[in-house]
Design a protein around this ligand. Structure first.
Ligand code: ATP
Ligand code: MG
Length: 308
């Protein structure tokens, strides 16, 4: 039975889709059977894999809303060995429509079961929210990869994601945990970037992957051509970084899963420490003014923390 890995972070633009497309392409080119499910109404994984969203008749919308079996929605992609269940614009309505249906958090998970033997990896791309589409992905997943932009303020959202995962473990999927936190948009010349990774490591330990995805414009260029980085620039360092990540995820998969039970109990505490530390560092970094500005925003993570 294959792994089902969701790529999630409710913060937008942190590299979720880039990660799904490029890890998926690498694994498929290395000989694994890979299915990418695009659960984001923006459809960036669909277009990034070279599939025209506007010509789609059916998409993952039919699965989550009508419980259409996934094998009837699967299509091939230009990457050999990589299949896709695309997102179409209709999916934008699903977030609201799902609220009114039965088993609204479990619909994708129920449908993935029958497909699991056909693929070595099912990778799910999620939208930048913790709404019902993302929750469906987390309930269906065996592990979660969390791309995190290397900035202090990006770290704060991890608190809320961790709380959501704790809720899902308690009520919907006892086995799901963070398989790896992936530092993205890393710029080693910046102290800020290096410190953000240090804070992550202090709070999440081995869950922080060793691979750093550095900033490079190649990642933005490839999807414009509807290509993965493995095709667009296979010998460049941008492709190397995702190759490293894919290998690390494969190697680390078993270890992370065996540690899953422990992590589930401690997650909320880690998250609380993280928030305190991010507060302190933000103050140190920019003095009182930057600290106060950072704390004045509508920080959902703090609401979640207060309710924890
Ligand atoms: N390491 C990187 N360096 C530079 N640009 C990057 C990097 N990773 C991704 N990008 C670019 O940044 C933008 C956001 O990346 P991506 O779409 O993968 O993020 P996302 O988390 O899926 O966003 P969303 O939350 O909107 O779905 C894209 O234009 C992408 O090409
Ligand atoms: Mg995306």
């Amino acid at each position: 039975m294959g792994e089902t890995i969701a790529c999630a972070n409710q913060k937008g633009g942190v590299g979720k889709t880039t990660t799904v497309v490029n890890v998926g392409a690498y694994l498929a080119l290395a000989g694994d059977r890979v299915l990418v499910i695009d659960l984001d109404p923006q459809g960036n994984a669909t277009s990034g894999l070279g599939v025209d969203r506007l010509t789609l008749e059916r998409s993952v919308y039919e699965a989550v809303m009508d419980l259409t079996p996934l094998d009837t929605l699967v299509r091939s992609s230009p990457v050999p060995g990589l299949d896709l269940i695309p997102a179409a614009i209709a999916l934008a309505g699903a977030e609201v429509e799902l609220a009114a249906v039965d088993q609204r958090e479990r619909r994708l998970g129920r449908l993935i079961g029958p497909l699991a033997d056909r693929y070595d990896y099912v990778l799910i791309d999620t939208p930048p929210s913790l709404g019902l589409l993302t929750i469906n992905a987390l309930v269906a997943a065996t592990g979660v990869i969390v791309p995190v932009q290397c900035e202090y303020l990006s770290l704060r959202g991890l608190v809320q994601l961790e709380n959501t995962l704790a809720m899902i473990r308690e009520n919907l999927n006892p086995h799901v945990g963070i398989q790896g936190i992936l530092p993205t948009m890393f710029d080693r010349r910046l102290l800020h970037s290096r410190e953000a990774v240090e804070i992550l490591k202090e709070n999440f330990g081995d869950l922080v992957l060793n691979t750093r995805i550095r900033k490079t414009v190649r990642y933005a260029e490839a999807p414009v051509k509807g290509q993965s980085i493995m095709k667009y620039d296979p010998s460049g360092e941008a492709a190397d970084m995702y190759r490293d990540l894919a290998k690390e995820v494969l190697d680390g998969a078993k270890a992370a899963f065996s540690a899953g039970g422990k992590e589930s109990g401690d997650g909320a505490v880690d998250a609380r420490d993280l928030l305190v530390e991010v507060r302190q560092r933000t103050r140190q970094l920019g003095g009182e003014q930057a600290g106060e500005r950072a704390l004045a925003g509508p920080i959902l993570a703090e609401d979640a923390l207060d309710n924890a």
